[in-house]
Design a protein around this ligand. Structure first.
Ligand code: ZN
Length: 370
């Protein structure tokens, strides 16, 4: 999560109580750093005191400062990793995921309830340079990354499932790797779906290119971006860098390259821990993905059960239920996975959760900001 280990509990048991003789104080949240406890929140009698490192702690957590160097591995990868056969890539992914305790969502639960506690105690986020856009009710966002030309064959079937329930989604397209089936995209647009950019090449290098390198790839994709009125970006493999966000801000209204809880990158828990829209350091609006639907596809647990706990957490906290799937046949574009997707969406429909596109949500937030 961040440098040091984070502890939070609004329950009086199990937390440090200091007594200076006159009044007692309860440490509600603290960071353990180099064997020292750095208090973030203190409760004195009925008053909650926000300690000085609190804003910095929140900002470094949502911007994943502690992990920013981890991603640079891709910068030195000698060829497009997608040339490695898929079965081998999945075996590697499986090994990485096994290494981490990927079923344990304790850390994100803790951070989300910490944020809730701050709001209840009137912590002034904006005044401390933190722009998180809390919601009045949970929102359902749907998106898809088309990874291969075969993904187009299944896209309309997937869209049919969504439309039968009254939902629409956003389709992120790679512009320089496969033949784009424009008839499918045109059909999606007519039916009310939106198109996003999933980069020019899915070689995981974009976030680490020079300004010029990034610009070149954007320029090569500009006809597509204009034609489909693309407003947002999703980086391949959810990789990012601060310089990438700066560049993306010049061309797009939002980014959606972040996971609130990332269990695949390097087998340890990362993520922004923030299941709400928020502003990145560059000022670009981030709409994080909270349900990377296929992630546990290699686990033996049924997908719906796997995600049920996460969805409950998101519902409870009026957060974004942002499901991202891949319509390619080796991910979600096959009978079994489509049935599971339909079951999931039907159950969300039953809960009466409002569905909007990422673009619509972005428009509302950016209008408020002006
Ligand atoms: Zn992708």
């Amino acid at each position: 999560m961040t440098i040091g280990k984070f502890f939070f509990s609004d329950n009086t048991s199990g937390l440090e109580i200091k007594n200076n003789g006159l009044e007692s104080e309860l440490i509600v949240a603290y960071l353990k750093k180099y064997e020292k406890n750095v208090p973030l929140l203190i409760k004195r009698e009925e008053e909650v005191v926000f300690k000085e490192p609190l804003p910095e702690f929140i900002l470094s957590t949502i911007n994943e400062k502690a992990f920013s160097k981890d991603f640079y591995f891709w910068k030195y990868f000698p060829f497009n990793y997608r040339k490695v056969p898929l079965s081998l890539r999945n075996a590697i992914l499986w090994a990485l995921m096994k290494r981490g305790k990927f079923r344990d969502g304790t850390e994100i639960k803790q951070f989300v309830s910490f944020i809730k506690y701050l709001r209840e105690n009137k912590f002034y986020f904006r005044g401390n340079g933190i722009s998180i856009f809390f919601l009045e009710a949970p929102l359902l966002l749907l998106s898809h990354d088309i990874e291969t030309a075969n993904g187009f064959k299944m896209a309309l079937k997937m869209a049919n499932i969504e439309e039968s329930l009254g939902f629409r989604s956003t389709w992120f397209i790679i512009t320089g790797e496969y033949k784009i089936d424009e008839s499918v995209l045109n059909e999606l647009v007519i039916r009310g779906h939106k198109i996003g950019w999933h980069e020019f090449k899915h070689d995981n290098r974009f976030p680490f290119l020079s300004q010029k390198g990034m610009e070149k790839r954007i320029a090569k994709s500009m006809d597509f971006i204009k034609k489909y009125n693309v407003k947002g970006f999703r980086s391949p493999s959810y990789l990012f860098s601060e310089k990438m966000f700066k560049k993306i801000r010049e061309y797009f209204a939002y980014d959606s390259s972040r996971l609130d809880y990332d269990i695949i990158s390097g087998g340890r828990q990362k993520g922004c821990y923030c299941p709400y829209p928020f502003l990145l350091e560059s000022g670009l609006l981030e709409i994080p993905v909270t349900i990377p639907w296929e992630i546990p596809f290699i686990s033996d647990e049924p997908l719906k059960d796997y995600w049920e706990r996460k969805i409950a957490l998101l519902l409870e906290n009026n957060a974004l239920i942002h499901i991202n799937t891949h319509p390619d046949p080796h991910y979600s574009g096959n009978g079994g996975m489509m049935t599971r997707y339909e079951i999931l969406l039907t159950s969300l429909r039953g809960k009466n959760i409002k569905n909007v596109s990422i673009e619509e949500l972005t428009g509302v937030i950016n209008a408020e900001r002006c």
